[in-house]
Write a protein that binds this ligand. Sequence first.
Ligand code: GLN
Length: 185
Amino acid sequence: MRIGILALQGAFVEHAAMLDRLSAEHFEIRQRRDIEQSFDGLILPGGESTVMRKLLHDLDLFAPLQQQIREGLPVFGTCAGLILLAKSVEGGTPCFEAMDISVLRNAYGRQLGSFYAEEPMEGLGRVPMTFIRAPYIRSVSGSAEVLAVVDGNIVAARQGNQLVTAFHPELCDDLRVHQYFLNMI
Ligand code: GLN
């Protein structure tokens, strides 16, 4: 199993470290030729979704990745990565438009943007959750399912082969969310 990690900007190194600890093979996606090899899953990290969206287009990565996601490539988006997958983005522009979720960017405001919680995630029990200028999901539709809620706001969801968290599991010591993604593949 080989996982491509989008490595244009943001917290991609931390995802690579989690996959190393789970003995999952991975590589960085920085340019078009990186995705000529075959791979079994994709991680879209946290960072700045507006910058990543622009770079995806400028580097000709957008169309081939969107096609692979639409064809069912398993994908895990954290924070900005969640925003990139959403069909509807309040306060921003949709990117891959792959998942039936409606997202609010910078949902917690700029001052209170960072906080820590420990709440249950469907199938995993309580997990540590680090939020950094995070979005949350206002609503899910179609076959998208809610996996976690914090303070009444949806912070994790799944639809088929797509998994998203508004928090950053790659910044905690707990491997279970990454293991959950690997189990989806
Ligand atoms: N606020 C960022 C955005 O809108 C997301 C923050 C993050 O990924 N930690 O893209």
